[in-house]
Design a protein around this ligand. Structure first.
Ligand SMILES: NC(=O)c1ccc[n+]([C@@H]2O[C@H](COP(=O)([O-])OP(=O)(O)OC[C@H]3O[C@@H](n4cnc5c(N)ncnc54)[C@H](O)[C@@H]3O)[C@@H](O)[C@H]2O)c1
Length: 330
């Protein structure tokens, strides 16, 4: 039994805590959150202990593993505290918004022989897994191009945007990780353009709401990523992998496959699953299970701090490209 502490009882912490509770081989010991009754409310719901002190929760002798779902600027502190005490960690993305600090933290994790998995949940989505398996089985031959469209249903609150680190580090980082994973080869060059077509006032934070990227690997494989903070029809998550002997397409998911014919519309389908908590519900559960399973088997963790660093490196290259208007080396 892997005994787990969950740090942060916000949007993602609630998901992780519930998944720990439901994961065979795991026991949810404690949730920690310093604000209001966040921790108590979640603990009461899931039947575990609670505290306002995350450092105390992760240091408990009856805790083997720690899930970090706190704000990004706290990740490095908690993950190193946990690693130094010999606890395994599942840490939310990104490691940190600062490249130097992320690199330093990743090196510390390696120096201390820490077990840290980065929470790139989309790799654990059943449809994405099926795509990766099909590529591994040679169904599409050699991958030539990957095309990712990733659009949120609506702008996050201004306060979130102000502290998010910008669209590339906060949102596109998931797509950059998918690009690396599906291309099977590290991108070495990035071109990015960025606009404010939804809310021009976020220029104040040096941020953008609509971006398009091109990535190229050393052997010439290509990836095209489209992201926008607002899609009025819902959470738009589609991917295409084009190879020498075929193509794979991942479409949006809906609550059911029902189609309707009425006087107003024909062949109308249900709205898209609204946002990441719904669309990637299974992915989050699978991610948690993969973490626990790897610890039980003492097997390598499926994602690492290096994945976190590399995705951030691509985000940084994209930002440099927006400024220079040219392809930038990674
Ligand atoms: N993988 C994904 O799909 C995904 C989705 C959303 C968020 N995230 C990441 O998860 C992290 C949290 O995001 P969120 O949307 O859940 O934020 P949130 O604001 O909803 O939740 C964060 C929680 O952490 C608590 N907190 C703040 N400081 C703390 C501390 N010192 N100790 C313990 N708890 C503390 C807050 O009170 C809050 O309840 C961010 O790093 C974000 O990038 C990842």
């Amino acid at each position: 039994m892997i005994r787990v502490a969950v740090l942060g009882a916000g949007r993602i912490g609630k998901i992780h805590a519930a998944n720990v509770k439901n994961c065979p081989g795991a026991k949810l010991v404690v949730v920690a959150d310093p604000f209001g009754t966040n921790a108590k409310d979640l603990a009461d719901k899931l039947g575990c202990e609670h505290t306002t002190d995350a450092s105390q929760a992760l240091a408990r002798a009856d805790v083997d593993a720690v899930v970090i779902g706190t704000p990004t600027d706290t990740h490095v502190t908690f993950l190193l505290e946990a690693v130094k005490l010999g606890k395994a960690v599942l840490c939310e993305k990104p490691i940190d918004l600062d490249m130097e600090k992320s690199l330093w933290a990743a090196n510390e994790v390696k120096r201390l022989n820490g077990k840290v998995m980065l929470a790139f949940n989309r790799r654990f989505d059943p449809t994405s897994q099926a795509m990766r398996k099909a590529i591994d089985a040679g169904e599409v031959g050699a991958v030539r191009q990957v095309i990712i469209s990733s659009r949120d249903p609506g702008m996050p609150p201004r306060d979130y945007v102000a502290h998010s680190g910008g669209i590339f580090r906060d949102m596109v980082i998931h797509d950059l990780d998918m690009a690396r994973w599906l291309l099977g080869e590290e991108p070495t060059e990035v071109f990015a353009m960025a606009s404010n077509l939804v809310d021009p006032t976020i220029e104040e934070f040096n941020d953008h709401d609509t971006v398009m990227l091109q990535l190229r690997t050393a052997s010439g494989k290509q990836c095209h990523i489209n992201c926008c903070r607002e899609a009025v029809f819902g959470y738009d998550q589609r991917m295409e992998v084009f190879g020498s002997t075929g193509m794979l397409l991942q479409d949006n998911l809906r609550p059911s496959t029902i189609r309707r014919w009425t006087k107003d519309a024909t062949d109308a389908r249900e709205p898209l699953l609204n946002f990441f908590l719904e669309r990637y519900q299974e992915a989050y559960a699978n991610e948690l299970q993969a973490f626990i399973r790897a610890l039980q088997l003492n097997a390598p963790l499926p994602t690492t701090v290096d994945d976190g660093v590399q995705a951030l490196r691509l985000a940084e290259a994209a930002l440099r490209s927006v400024a220079s208007g040219r392809f930038e080396k990674v």
